[in-house]
Ligand binder design. Structure first.
Ligand code: NI
Length: 175
């Protein structure tokens, strides 16, 4: 278990599509997930994707009871999702503030589908099949975008709503 360094926007590895995990239940996968967990926790993130630590595999972690980075957000179930497939259930989107551990110190308003279906697998290969809305749906869309080489600023429509966290939200500090 190791806190790994997080690639920051500008690193070309963040723009590469990730490959499916070829085998479940392996020590390699368990080690990757432990590192992702430790790295996300050390940085107070609500989600992380394997490409953010330089591993080009389709693995994301997300979820929290309460987040200091997003104090108004409702809880999201703690989930490890392998080889996810995400489907919007509506054409409707809503704007919301996002940050990213690979874009430190900044926040931006990003449109996301309000309701989605996602499926994938646990690290042991058991299926996960859920619908989600609101902040839960937003987090899953953000993390799965990392697996397609997409960072949230690439989804923004209005760059006037992009800025430094400590300026936009002084109560949150610089995270
Ligand atoms: Ni991110």
């Amino acid at each position: 278990m190791t806190v790994r360094s997080i690639l920051r926007m500008g690193d070309p590895r963040l723009l590469q599509p990730a490959a499916p995990v070829p085998a479940f239940g392996t020590p390699e996968l368990a080690g990757l997930i432990a590192d992702l967990h430790d790295t996300m926790t050390a940085h107070g993130g609500v989600g992380i994707a394997a490409p953010q630590i330089g591993v080009g595999l389709q693995v994301v972690l997300f979820g929290f009871e309460r987040s200091e980075r997003y104090p108004d957000a409702p809880p999201v179930p703690r989930t490890v999702l392998v080889n996810p497939v995400l489907t919007p259930l509506t054409e409707a989107t809503e704007d919301g503030w996002e940050g990213c551990l690979s874009v430190p110190g900044l926040r931006g308003v990003v449109p996301r589908y309000t309701r989605i279906h996602y499926r994938g697998f646990t690290p042991g290969g058991d299926p996960i099949d859920r619908t989600a809305e609101g902040f839960h749906a937003r987090v899953v869309q953000h993390e799965c975008d990392h697996l397609s080489g997409i960072l949230y600023p690439m989804r923004m429509h209005d760059l006037s709503r992009f800025g430094f966290t400590e300026v936009l939200f002084p109560e949150l500090g610089s995270g």
